[in-house]
Structures are given as structure tokens and as C-alpha cells.
Design a protein around this ligand. Structure first.
Ligand code: 5GP
Length: 337
């Protein structure tokens, strides 16, 4: 057994220190960012925030709303290929909406991507591979098989929380690595299994490793307030993924639940009993729930929340003289509280 005596950090353990700035207005900040994918050579341009591939977050309706802001959406894996075709034909942009896979075979992935291309004439440029434990052999094998078959497909894969995990996935051919275990708002993994890693430290340590590959980290989980998004970029994240923060909006498609004269919408973890019952007909005997189900007060259309997020990010940038999101990392110093 090994243990680190160094204290590891969460978002709420630090603040970003302000510094002299030539940016006199939030209008001077440009949030659209270029991100280069090292293994596939995909070039992406937009606001590097990503909706989480959860049932009541990564919906097509969410994607249609977010793409107007150039924000990405990891679409829930429970939509079938025909639904993808229908929504692309209605204007859903694959540049900002990614298909999510788990441990599918390459032939299955190929079938879906080819079907969408044949029916819409739109190419799928990037996909997200998401499983709760990105360390298992079968996952690295899935990534390397996919990379061999699709040399030019953007691949984001996770989740891991250590440089070892980053290495595993980047060596398998990923372009970016999704980082976060145990930090999600409706995640029960730390309570159930004792496994996890404080999110800010995970992002700092994994970003250092992924930079050796010219890749990027997607910080996934633990963002409770807009300032946490800035802290994730300051820690070196290329993208920041949001679940809870985007939940309970109209575009979540979760029906309104009326309680105590207030309107709520449900958010549940993808490893919760609720999700497993919905998608797999129950919790298998050898598994246990690692997620909760919560009611969040209805927050209306997501565009209001997105405007708050983008305004907050612009404000962070003016405090640290960061003309764009890439500069947040360069110009940030944290103080530990
Ligand atoms: P949030 O932004 O809500 O803090 O975190 C969202 C992330 O939590 C998701 O992108 C996903 O990685 C993680 N997550 C979602 N559902 C579950 C679950 O049921 N169990 C666990 N352990 N993590 C979950």
C-alpha cells in the first residue's frame, strides 16, 4: 500500500488570484477556441464546454440549443441511429454533437457512423467513449481497435483520474481524455466503493501528462457553480463537461414534477438504480447502484444559464488578463484556502 501525504484539491479548495490586466471589458474576451486533436488531426473550433452524456442532459434538444453558442454536447448513448438521422436532418450539427459509445465492437460503431453518413451526407468527425472505469483492458482495446479502423476520427475517451490512465488511453489512440471519477453531482462512487480523486488535482496532474501527447483533458464532474468552470480551465483542462449545471432545463426533456407548489425536473446518475432499470431492466445481481436521483427546481430554457456561464467566464478572463480560454491556464495562479 502506498499513500500520498500531499493534500489533493477540489474546486472549492482554491481561488484564482487576480493580476494586472489590459482587458478593460468583458467584450474584449474571445471564448471561441481552436483545439487540435493530435492522433486524428481533427481541428475543432468553438467554446470548449461539453454537456454530459446523461439521460436528462445530453439530449438532442440540448444539442440544438448549445450549438448556437458553439458549445458541444456528448449525446446520450440511448438514442438510436435513426433518431440521429432525424435530428441531423432537422439541423443538429455533428460538429458540436458527439455520439457516445461504451465498449461496442468496431463493426457496430462503423455501422452507425456509415448509416448516418448515407442518410444525411454529414460526416461524424468526433465520438466520445465513456465508461465509469476507463482503466479496464477491454476499454483500451476498444479505443485501439477504433483508432486502427478510423485513423481520422476524433476520439475522446474516459474516465480516468491519473497520469497512468491518461497514458493508457492516449497510447491507445485517443485525442483527448475525460478525467473524473467520484466527483459527479449525482455520483455515489466514493460512498459505494471508496474510489475517487479530488477533481482539481486530477485535472492538474492529468493535463501535465496529456500535454506530452499534445492532447487535451476534458474535466468531467464536480462543477457546482460557474467559478468551478474557470478553475478547471485554470488547472489545464481543454474542455469542461457539465452535468448538474445543465440539468432541469426545458431541453433536458425531463417532465415537470409538481411538488409543494413548485416545478421540478429529475436528474439521475447513469449508474443509478433508476438508469439501470430504465435501460437494462434492473440492476444486475453482480452490480450495485453508484448514482443517485434528485429533483432540481425547473430552470427554464438553457440559453439563460449558458449566457450566465459565458458571462462568468469572460469576467474571469478580465481578472487575469486572459484574452481567450487558452490563456486562462497560462495566466492563472491558485491560492490554496
Ligand atoms: P456533474 O457535472 O453533475 O458534477 O457531473 C457529471 C458527471 O458525473 C457525468 O459526466 C459522469 O461522468 C458522472 N456521472 C453521471 N452519472 C453517474 C453515476 O450514476 N455514477 C457515477 N459514479 N458518476 C456519474
Amino acid at each position: 500500500m502506498f499513500y500520498s501525504k500531499e493534500k489533493k484539491l477540489n474546486f472549492n479548495d482554491v481561488l484564482i488570484i487576480p493580476k494586472s490586466s489590459q482587458l478593460n471589458s468583458r467584450k474584449d474576451v474571445i471564448l471561441d477556441t481552436n483545439i487540435s486533436f493530435p492522433n486524428s488531426s481533427v481541428e475543432w473550433f468553438g467554446v470548449p464546454i461539453m454537456a454530459s452524456n446523461m439521460d436528462n442532459v445530453g439530449t438532442f434538444e440540448m444539442g440544438l440549443a448549445l450549438q448556437k453558442f458553439h458549445i458541444t454536447n456528448a449525446v446520450s448513448k440511448f438514442y438510436d441511429k435513426k433518431a440521429w438521422v432525424k435530428y441531423i436532418n432537422k439541423g443538429l450539427d455533428p460538429e458540436y454533437n458527439y455520439i457516445t459509445f461504451g465498449l461496442e465492437k468496431v463493426s457496430e460503431i462503423d455501422e452507425i457512423i456509415s448509416f448516418i453518413y448515407q442518410k444525411t451526407n454529414k460526416a461524424i468527425k468526433t465520438v466520445v467513449f465513456d465508461i465509469p472505469n476507463g482503466y479496464i483492458d477491454k476499454f483500451s482495446k476498444t479505443i485501439s481497435d477504433t483508432r486502427k479502423h478510423f485513423p481520422n476520427l476524433g476520439i475522446i475517451a474516459g474516465n480516468v483520474v491519473t497520469p497512468e490512465g491518461v497514458k493508457l488511453l492516449m497510447d491507445s489512440g485517443a485525442d483527448g481524455v475525460k478525467v473524473g471519477i467520484g466527483s459527479g453531482g449525482v455520483c455515489d462512487t466514493t460512498e459505494t466503493t471508496g474510489i475517487g480523486y479530488p477533481q482539481l488535482s486530477a485535472v492538474i496532474e492529468c493535463s501535465e501528462e496529456v500535454k506530452k501527447y499534445n492532447g487535451f483533458v476534458v474535466s468531467d464532474g464536480g462543477v457546482k457553480i460557474t467559478g468551478d468552470i474557470s478553475k478547471a480551465f485554470a488547472a489545464g483542462a481543454g474542455f469542461v463537461m457539465l452535468g448538474s449545471l445543465l440539468a432541469a432545463h426545458k431541453e433536458s426533456m425531463a417532465p415537470i414534477i409538481r411538488k409543494d407548489n413548485k416545478n421540478y425536473r429529475e436528474l439521475y446518475g447513469m449508474s443509478s438504480t433508476k438508469a439501470m432499470t430504465k435501460h437494462y431492466g434492473g440492476v444486475a445481481d453482480y452490480r450495485t447502484s453508484e448514482g443517485k436521483s434528485i429533483l432540481v427546481e425547473d430552470r427554464g430554457p438553457v440559453k439563460n444559464t449558458v449566457n450566465e456561464i459565458l458571462g462568468a467566464l469572460r469576467s474571469t478572463c478580465t481578472y487575469i488578463n486572459a484574452k481567450n480560454i487558452g490563456k486562462i491556464y497560462e495566466n492563472s495562479n491558485f491560492i490554496i484556502l
